[in-house]
Each structure stands twice: as C-alpha cells, then as structure tokens.
Design a protein. Structure first.
Length: 254
C-alpha cells in the first residue's frame, strides 16, 4: 500500500459546526474514487463519512463539542484496481495545540467580521469527470472552438463546476473601470479586477467562481495568497478576482 497522499489536513471551520478534511494526490490519480473514514480513537471503529470521484476535501458535521477531544480520519483511494490508504490524521495532526488555539481565535474573529459582509456562493472548477462532448475532440482531447460552451463553461469537463458552497467575503478593492460587453461570451477582454478577503473554506484554486448572492455579480479567482498560523493552519485568503460580464456564459451556472 504505497502512500500517495500528501498535505492531508483536518481542521475545524470555526463559526460553524463543521470539520474540513482535505488532501492532495497527483493529477493522474485524481480521477479515482475516494472514501473518507472517521474513528474516535484512530485505531478501531472506522466508519465511512463520504465517498466520490475527484474529491480533494469533505465536510464532516459530526464534530467534537470541545477543543480537547480529537477525531481521527483516514482516506482510501481506489484507482484502476488498486487501493491506497493515507496515514491516520487527527484533528490536531502535526499542528501543536497552541497553534491550533491561535488559529481558532483568528478564524472566529474573521468569521464574525465576514458575517457582516457579502454572502457568496463558491463554485469550484471540476478537476475530474466526463470530458465535454461539445467542445473537446474525443480522439485528441484538445479543445475545439474559441468561445466558452454551455456544457463545460470552458473547463473541458461536463458541468464545469462543482455544486456551490455558501461562504462570505469582504470586497477590499472594487475597480471602477467601465465594462464593455463582448459578443463571444468569454468575457476575457479588458478584465475588470477586484481584490477580496475570503474565508478559507472551501479550499480555493485559481479559476474557481464566486457569486454574490444578493445581486448575482460573479468573479473568477485569478490568484490567491493564503495566510496561515506558523505556516500550518490556513486562516484567510487574499484573492485577486476577475469580474465577469453579464453576457458571460458562466452566469448560467446554478
């Protein structure tokens, strides 16, 4: 059982009764089926929490009611007839309890602050799934055409984005440049850039989409800066965002 997992982390989503379990694998293994197990002692009684293809994190709502109890998790990957198990990782893992407590305080304050700001939905780009049959050549797997199609929204994978997740953000810099709509539906010329401060759940990547729930204004993530306690526990993101025009086909993602 070769261990193919790295950066396996278990961390609370402070302000909500949730724990986020996240991990990374190499790109060629990402299409496999992932199964996440939880145990109360890390040795016995592992029960399945979630499973699915192309996962890199799950949210567990069965969480300790105090800051002392540790829950333990293990991820199993099934890929081309082989099975790979991650190491067992606890709520604290390799993070010292002092750092864990510091991150708790920071995240609690950030969450309380963000609750007064914009409510958003985060749509993460799909990294695995059926290849788009409309804009991708079935033989070469190369993109066909120069505009975004309504089947994959430019991602090359059918559906384009994962199901939306509720979160909050603070729009720090709002560009006032005038936006001129184009006819190609791509919304890529003369980009309108903003900066925002975002809670670190779910884990964000370049190309993910943010949607303001009050007015449906949408952005793509251009770049991210993650701020962590002792380089261990991510507490907040600073993000550069590309404003999408109202005629962009990604406004049809629901």
């Amino acid at each position: 059982m070769s261990n193919v997992f790295y950066n396996v982390m278990v961390r609370p989503h402070w302000g909500a009764q949730q724990v986020v379990v996240s991990w990374e694998v190499s790109k060629e293994l990402f299409h496999g089926n992932f199964i996440v197990f939880r145990s109360f002692d890390g040795i016995t009684g592992f029960v399945e929490v979630a499973s699915g293809a192309g996962l890199d994190h799950i949210v567990d709502t069965v969480v300790p009611q105090d800051r002392i109890t540790e829950y333990f998790y293990r991820i199993t990957l099934q890929h081309k007839g082989k099975r790979y198990d991650s190491d067992v990782v606890s709520t604290y893992g390799e993070v010292p309890r002092l750092v864990f407590g510091m991150s708790h305080q920071i995240m609690k304050l950030e969450y309380l602050r963000m609750r007064r700001c914009h409510e958003i939905k985060i749509f993460r780009q799909k990294l695995a799934g059926p290849v788009c049959p409309v804009c991708t050549d079935p033989d070469t797997q190369q993109k066909i055409g120069s505009t975004l199609c309504e089947t994959c929204f430019g991602t090359g994978i059918t559906g384009g984005f994962e199901e939306g997740v509720d979160s909050h953000f603070l729009l720090v810099v709002n560009s006032k440049s005038e936006i001129q709509d184009t006819q190609d539906g791509a919304g890529s010329n003369d980009p309108h850039d903003d900066q925002a401060r975002i809670l670190p759940y779910p884990p964000l990547r370049k190309g993910d989409m943010l949607v303001n729930k009050s007015n449906d204004v949408r952005w793509l993530v251009n770049s991210l800066t993650s701020y962590s306690v002792n380089d261990m526990v991510p507490c907040i993101y600073d993000a550069d965002l590309q404003h999408l025009r109202r005629n962009d086909v990604r406004y049809k993602v629901k």
